[in-house]
Design a protein. Structure first.
Length: 184
């Protein structure tokens, strides 16, 4: 998909989210699609050719395919919760176990206006430990393979033992935030 089309689609999706926020309504599916198109648009800014939807042909295991380099990018999106925690769900961990992506971009939205606040970029190896099932760690019983972001490391005490990647995300955030150059 070309840069001009991606810009128009992201603009329209952003306007949709703003209108929903004005009405005090949340729509997770629009937010998720917005995140995918926004990441695709950002990747074109780094000179990547992107394929989404049916353009991906047989490369549909992740949200975005980069045909020139043969890489797959999975996009996760979520909002901050009232307690300032956030989580990205890998449901049962099969996306990681079955090697369905090469990179993952977690788009983290502001909790009030559904505006993207952070873009965290990971390679698949950085997320390997997330395939471990942490019983009782999720807000929903069906998705316990989660990546958590807490306000600080001490917040994990008494809740769940943080994975190394969660510790790194808190203590070395710059290694992940807007790390688009990782995608090669």
């Amino acid at each position: 998909m070309n840069k001009k089309s991606l810009a128009k689609i992201t603009e329209l999706l952003e306007e949709s989210l703003k209108e929903l926020a004005r009405l005090k309504l949340k729509d997770k599916s629009i937010r998720c699609k917005y995140a995918e198109y926004l990441v695709a648009k950002k990747l074109t800014e780094y000179k990547h050719e992107v394929e989404i939807l049916e353009e991906r042909g047989g490369n549909r295991s992740a949200d975005i395919f980069l045909p020139k380099i043969g890489r797959r990018v999975e996009v996760k999106s979520s909002c901050f919760h009232d307690d300032e925690w956030a989580d990205a769900s890998f449901t049962d961990g099969n996306q990681i176990k079955e090697n369905r992506f090469d990179y993952c971009v977690w788009v983290l939205f502001d909790k009030k206006i559904a505006k993207p606040k952070h873009f965290f970029v990971f390679n698949k190896d950085e997320l390997k430990e997330l395939k471990k099932f942490r019983k009782g760690a999720g807000r929903h019983k069906t998705n316990n393979c989660l990546l958590f972001l807490a306000p600080n490391l001490s917040e994990f005490a008494g809740y769940v033992t943080p994975f190394n990647i969660e510790k790194k995300l808190i203590t070395h955030r710059k290694q992940f935030e807007d790390a688009w150059k990782k995608i090669v």
